[in-house]
Ligand binder design. Structure first.
Ligand SMILES: Cc1cc2nc3c(=O)[nH]c(=O)nc-3n(C[C@H](O)[C@H](O)[C@H](O)COP(=O)(O)OP(=O)(O)OC[C@H]3O[C@@H](n4cnc5c(N)ncnc54)[C@H](O)[C@@H]3O)c2cc1C
Ligand code: FES
Ligand code: FES
Length: 1352
């Protein structure tokens, strides 16, 4: 409803300048729900619903009546309750600019810097940047040059630190953000569509879309920002008391005090963690009570209102640190690592503390406050109390009506620490945090804060007093290590004292049973204390135990991530365009990138819901193998009507229980009788809203029975024992090479039965699985789905419904990230939707929540590899045998392709002789599916792991073993046969040389050695790896139609999943139709529109998979264009003869009059002799590890990758970088693990950590090699979608090298265990995994070695 003048009991706010007034609203409605369901603004995307991805970010402009200014800040709209934005103005990305009114320079620059691929993350990114720019304008900094903002490059990058992108790898996004910064060096910005390499700076500045700082006058509802005292809805109410008295009155009123449940709310961000579904009768918003927003400073400390946002607390602490309280600035630094900016802006200080007190949330803030002696004031009934943090924590969980008012932080100086006063003493304060992401947006494994009063004299450093707090390590609350404090107090620091203190601490920081990585967390505590005490050496020279100072060394490092350094310190791209097939070869911006940035690009869930639409959610098994006896839905107050439950029984009798189809057959849609894994889909529950459908699914009670069933198979070993395998068709089983026995006989050394285990990886496409099914006349069904293979979805739906194929029509316009997960795994979603719609004869849509998506996805195949390898003393491998047990889960899916895929990549080295045995194990896990480079990434890694093992065995440099086993063209031909191409196409040797010189590899090896010699607690490793990746070209259809005005509409079988397929197709159409050679064809590119896949319009679409769909689709449209050119040529020649010249428009007009057929379709079928070909690349990565924490920092990566003659070097570069970073996730961060029953443990952004901008290489250089003409390839181009992902193994190898150095050192300190030079580093090499290999007791070992040097 829109109108003017809202009453006190009406919620009023603006969205993109449009006013909304809501007299009634369910108070649990989030801003995202509201925007997406009740406004036309769809740029706010739902990526996680838990504050962890940033896809839903909007900016809020709000008038602060105390400060008398408008504040603009971001919030995650998925957590913000709509009632709490009363009187605010909301801006979404389409509010900044749009296709109709013109795009904002942020949108234009995202497009021009190639910073949007699938586009699902892009509107959120734009809003994070927009808010940062707006706030920078308010700073007192000097005026920036015209066209720039006051923002710094470092701030611009950090603005998107909490936003996830799964496609781009962040580098181009960082460039788009930095392009606004006054201090940016334009030379540092990467490839873009605004300028060409070598252009002068003035030209560059003038070609950037103009940024006018005045644009930032963000509207707000002047004078309307007020509390809505009472917002009544029929059932629930929202109160915003404006004084303590009002709050009291409320608590004691009949409405709140006596009846019903009450929820106090500030930012509501806790719901991101707890995902409450309780319905409260009353919500009380605490933000309008002045006492809860105070900032009071007196002589002894500062009092902060509990309702202040963490962001504001950071600002106030910084302001106060300027007047000498340096401790505050450290607390502020630490607080800036809590969540992401868009969470901190609404998350309150008090909310955090209450979560920790009441629900044992692993808070950072509590640990900080505990150590500085903070206290809190609380109100319970009429009773006000001021209690210490320790007391606050030790009380039983506070009830829902106890209010936290303020937090008091005392100023600290030596005089005030427990009365101790030493004149020469100094206060030292430090905080620590070990988390998978340095900049936050990840809960820590452990946090700590230490405060010490130290005095130094000639005897050394005397600890007068010390306070040590630790948190988040798996206890209910943060704790003080009292025993250690007592021990240290009064001691002069010495090696013995350090040794005893760390020993005591190890016994004190002990996680509760069941906590993951318990020993690691405890070792972190030891490491942090050691580091802290060690730093006292800077207090005076008295502590002379010879410890190297890690912090000091740190500051000498390039890219040390403190201060104002950009996160991505540099990035260079070399792309070699080619003009042979212009405009093919041009680095054109991705088609549709600007509408993706503004959020107008329509994804499936953005299609408005048809009238009467229902919503579905999946009920999945929680048992690995059980009979399903019955399903019921528990009552819930929100579920007024009993939802429909659709099961296999609802499949029409003409239909079949089928949920997906592959080359290897079909799989059931619903577990018919027996559920075969945790996550097996049992039913679809359908309700009136998505929220209610999700709630109903959560409240489903499934009655299981396991009687008479064999135990489930949960490991590959059990599968072997019980011979539970899938068949691999012979044509897909690869050929062995040479004679293994003979090769082994020639070997000087043998490693027998070595083992490697690899885990899974989740796709983490930003858009979860989704579909909308709309029943049509005459038993037809129209389905919109986010799918990489709509043709197959189409067939499955028809088969399931039991209708002819022509009764079904499937549309896919774009996919918000696929990575293989939207191929097979998208089919059951669209089929379930269609089935429900068919049964209920109403439209049904599904948008899976992230948790369900993660439970059913399956992901990459875990596997166990056992290998035996023989080699000569000079490192030449003579024979290799692999036994591979692939865990395929409970359905076939595409698993039988694994041997072929793996061996296709594995043959990258000349193994002499190669034999293998694959078993594709059927287990009771969710069925594993294709994920970007399926099997290939594992195989490439295994090859490297074997090479590394051989090198360790021979105690030689691993790089020499790689070189020794490199293919010659002859051996390549022996291993790859026909796919090896012509000799001049074997570009790997030159790539190897290029990457060596580009990365300065030889010199950097020496530098790494030097670094390792002079650093005890940081070690570096550098590694260079090659890849050879075989791909298969498949057939693909295309259709090109020319309309009356000369514009062109194109359909292709390939789906735009962010990989730029449509852009390449447009370029090829422009090139191929341009062959008509008439006037006006130079701008054909702009005349082409590629439209969505419609399975009734274009048949035989096939799969968008395997890296080659872009080229096949391009080949298909090229065929169409040739037909059209052929048809048009006679007419063109006649017209030319008549008039001397002819332009495109006239030609097409005349062709219409002359009834020339202006639509052509084709099916491109690759030449059978050239269907397979090889892709080559190489990478060098350098990694630094922190021995105390196991943390890794990727200092630099250099990549050279052969794209043939790239059709679009910008698009290919984006694929290379994005794939590499996704690979980085696999090798370093992402743990897609299950418990022993197969229940997914990682089920959201809290537990699954994909790379963020702070975890990519600090220097990231890529060369897209143009290797010239390839006559068998489509316009000489080669694939780029998957192979570069394999290059990320270089980071793992470099990490392993660094660990090797740490282990050598550990050995030199006298350790016996865990120092062997042959060791396996887990994939992913997470912090705990790295630390484990560096020695959980490395500190103790070091100290012992110093204490008893003679023993070493
Ligand atoms: C994605 C994400 C990542 C995070 N990462 C971290 C992290 O790394 N480290 C960390 O320490 N924290 C982290 N947090 C937690 C975050 O700090 C809290 O969610 C936030 O501070 C809670 O504040 P809120 O205002 O949103 O509370 P709400 O969600 O509004 O309330 C939380 C609870 O406290 C109660 N409550 C709120 N204020 C008061 C009050 N004044 N008196 C009494 N009861 C009250 C509410 O009733 C509710 O039960 C993260 C949160 C998110 C969403
Ligand atoms: S959807 Fe809101 S942060 Fe992910
Ligand atoms: S472009 Fe960022 S998630 Fe796809």
């Amino acid at each position: 409803m829109e109108s003017g003048g809202a009453g006190d009991d009406c919620l009023a706010f603006e969205v993109n300048g449009r006013r909304f007034e809501l007299p009634e609203v369910d108070p649990s409605t989030t801003l995202l729900d509201f925007l997406r369901s009740r406004t036309p603004f769809k740029s706010v995307k739902l990526g996680c619903g838990e504050g962890g991805c940033g896809a839903c970010v909007v900016t809020v402009s709000k008038y602060d009546s105390t400060l008398k200014k408008v504040e603009t800040f971001t919030v995650s709209s998925c957590l913000t309750l709509v009632c709490s934005i009363n009187g605010c103005s909301i801006t979404t990305s389409e509010g900044l600019g749009n296709a109709k009114n013109g795009f904002h320079p942020i949108h234009q620059r995202f497009a021009g810097f190639h910073a949007s691929q699938c586009g699902f993350c892009t509107p959120g990114m734009c809003m994070s940047l927009f808010s940062a720019l707006t706030n920078a304008e308010k700073s007192q900094r000097a005026e920036p040059p015209n066209g720039f903002s006051k923002i710094t490059a470092s701030e611009a990058e950090k603005a998107i630190a909490g936003n996830l992108c799964r496609c781009t790898g962040y580098r181009p996004i960082a460039d788009a953000c930095k392009s606004f910064a006054a201090d940016v060096d334009l030379e540092d910005l990467g490839i873009n569509s605004f300028w060409r390499k070598g252009d002068k700076n003035e030209k560059k500045v003038s070609s950037l879309p103009l940024y006018s700082r005045k644009d930032h006058a963000c509207s707000y509802m002047a004078g309307e920002c007020r509390s809505t005292r009472l917002l009544n809805s029929k059932k629930n109410s929202w109160y915003s008391p404006a004084s303590v008295e009002e709050l009291h009155n409320l608590f004691h009123s009949d409405t709140v005090g006596k009846s019903g449940s009450v929820k106090l709310v500030v930012g509501n961000t806790a719901n991101g963690y707890y995902k409450e579904t309780e319905v409260y009768d009353r919500y009380i918003d605490l933000r309008y009570i002045p006492e809860l927003s105070v900032v009071k400073r007196n002589k002894s400390g500062i009092e902060l209102g509990a309702a202040l946002s963490i962001s504001k607390v950071v600002v106030y602490l910084r302001e106060n640190s300027e007047s000498g309280e340096l401790v505050f600035s450290k607390i502020a630094d630490h607080m800036e690592k809590v969540a992401a900016g868009f969470v901190r802006n609404s998350a309150s200080l008090g909310g955090n503390l209450i979560m920790a007190q009441r629900k044992y949330f692993p808070s950072d803030i509590v640990t900080l406050l505990l150590v500085v002696g903070a206290s809190v004031s609380i109100m319970s009934g009429h009773k006000h109390e001021k209690i210490t943090m320790e007391e606050f924590l030790s009380r039983p969980p506070l009830d829902s009506k106890t209010v936290l008012f303020t937090v008091y932080i005392p100023f600290l100086d030596p005089k005030r620490i427990d009365g101790s006063l030493q004149t020469s003493s100094r206060l030292l304060f430090e905080t620590y945090r070990a988390a998978p992401r340095p900049l936050g947006n990840a809960l820590p494994y452990l946090n700590a804060a230490f405060l010490a009063d130290i005095s130094t004299d000639k005897n050394g450093s005397l600890v007068n007093n010390i306070q040590l707090a630790f948190g988040a390590y798996g206890t209910k609350h943060a704790t003080r290590a009292r025993k250690v404090e007592e021990y240290l107090t009064g001691k002069v620091l010495s090696l013995e004292v350090l040794d005893e203190a760390t020993k005591l601490l190890k016994g004190a920081v002990v996680s509760e049973e069941g906590t993951s990585h318990a020993a690691y967390r405890s070792s972190l505590a030891v490491g942090f204390l050691f580091e802290f005490l060690n730093s006292f050496s800077s207090v005076g020279s008295a502590i002379s135990c010879g410890l190297s100072n890690k912090k000091q060394n740190d500051s000498l490092l390039e890219g040390a991530d403190t201060g104002n350094q950009p996160l991505l310190s540099s990035a260079k791209q070399v792309v070699e365009s080619s003009s042979e097939y212009h405009p093919v070869g041009e680095p054109m911006p991705k088609f549709g990138a600007a509408i993706q940035a503004s959020g107008e690009a329509v994804f499936v869930d953005d299609i408005p819901s048809p009238t009467d639409c229902l919503y579905g959610a999946l009920i999945c098994s929680t048992e690995p193998l059980a009979r399903v006896k019955g399903i019921s839905i528990k009552n819930h107050p929100r579920l007024a009507q009993a939802p429909d439950v659709i099961t296999a029984k609802d499949i029409p009798k003409e239909g079949e229980n089928v949920g997906c189809l592959t080359l290897f057959g079909g799989e059931p849609l619903f577990a018919d009788d027996i559920a075969k894994c945790c996550g097996d889909i049992i039913a679809l529950v359908v309700a009136d809203t998505q929220k209610n459908a999700n709630l109903a699914a959560k409240n489903a009670v499934v009655d299981y029975d396991t009687e008479g069933l064999d135990p489930p198979i949960l490991t590959v070993e059990e599968a072997v024992e019980r011979s539970s395998f899938y068949d691999v068709p012979p044509f897909l089983y690869p050929q062995t090479v040479g004679d293994f026995a003979k090769g082994m006989a020639e070997a000087d050394h043998k490693i027998l039965s070595a083992e490697i285990r690899l885990g899974s990886q989740y796709y983490f496409y930003m858009e979860t699985q989704t579909a909308l099914a709309v029943p049509d006349e005459d038993n037809c069904m129209v389905v919109y789905t986010s799918s990489q293979c709509p043709e197959f979805a189409h067939r499955v739906i028809a088969q399931c419904l039991g209708v002819p194929d022509h009764n079904v029509r499937v549309h896919t316009r774009r996919v918000g990230g696929g990575f293989g997960g939207k191929a097979i795994k998208a089919m059951p979603i669209s089929t379930a939707c269609a089935l429900a719609a068919y049964k209920l004869q109403r439209p049904v849509r599904i948008y899976l929540d992230r948790k369900t998506d993660m439970i059913i996805a399956g992901g990459r195949h875990p596997m166990k590899i056992t290998y035996s390898v023989g080699f000569k003393s000079d490192g030449k491998i003579t024979a290799l045998h692999l036994d591979v047990l692939v865990n395929a889960g409970m359905g076939t899916d595409i698993s039988p392709i694994m041997p072929n895929n793996m061996i296709g990549v594995f043959k990258k080295y000349d193994w002499g002789a190669l034999s293998f045995d694959f078993k594709i194990c059927r287990t009771n896990h969710s069925s594993k599916s294709a994920m970007r480079a399926p099997g290939e990434v594992q195989a490439s890694y295994i090859a490297e792991a074997i090479i590394e093992n051989v090198a360790s065995w021979l105690a030689v440099d691993v790089d020499s073993i790689r070189n020794r086993n490199f293919h010659s063209y002859e051996s390549l031909k022996l291993f790859y046969g026909g796919s090896s191409g012509e000799p001049d196409e074997f570009t790997l040797p030159s790539i190897w040389d290029k990457v060596t010189s580009m990365s300065n590899f030889d010199q950097r090896i020496l530098m790494v050695e030097q670094f390792n010699r002079s650093n005890l607690w940081l070690k570096r490793g550098i590694s260079r790896i090659p890849i050879v990746h075989e791909v298969l070209v498949r057939s693909a259809p295309g259709k090109v139609s020319i309309l009356w005005d000369g514009s062109i509409v194109v359909e292709v079988g390939g789906i735009e999943i962010g990989q730029g397929l449509w852009t390449k197709v447009k370029q090829v159409v422009a090139y191929a139709l341009g062959q008509i050679q008439c006037d006006g064809t130079e701008d054909l590119f702009d005349k082409v529109r590629v439209v969505q896949m419609d399975t009734l319009s274009l048949v035989q679409g096939g799969f968008t998979a395997g890296s080659t769909t872009s080229e096949s689709s391009c080949a298909a449209v090229q065929l169409c264009c040739s037909v059209l050119v052929e048809r048009l040529t006679p007419l063109k020649e006649t017209l030319q003869a008549d008039t001397g010249s002819v332009d495109w428009k006239t030609l097409i007009l005349q062709a219409n009059y002359a009834a020339v057929n202006l639509a052509a379709n084709s099916l491109f079928v690759p030449d059978p002799t050239a269907m397979k070909y090889l892709n080559y690349g190489a990478a060098v990565s350098e990694v630094e590890i922190d021995i105390l924490t196991g943390g890794t920092k990727i200092l630099r990566t250099d990549i050279v990758y052969d794209c043939g003659q790239s059709m679009n070097p910008a698009v290919d570069l984006g694929q290379i970088e994005g794939a590499f970073v996704q690979g980085l996730g696999f090798f370093m961060q992402e743990e897609y693990s299950t418990d022993s029953d197969g229940t997914m443990v990682a089920d959201g952004t809290w537990t699954y950590k994909i790379p963020t901008i702070d975890t990519i290489p600090k220097q990231f250089n890529v060369q897209v090699l143009n290797s010239g003409h390839h006559k068998q390839r489509v316009l000489s181009s080669k694939a780029s979608g998957e192979p570069p992902l394999l290059l990320a193994a270089s980071v793992h190898c470099a990490t392993r090298a660094a660990i090797g150095e740490a282990r050598k050192q550990l050995k030199s300190w006298g350790a016996v265990e865990g120092t062997e030079s042959t060791f396996q580093l887990d994939v992913p090499a997470t912090m705990p995994a790295v630390k484990q290999l560096c020695g959980l007791d490395s500190v103790a070992t070091y100290l012992h070695s110093r204490l008893s040097p003679s023993q070493n």
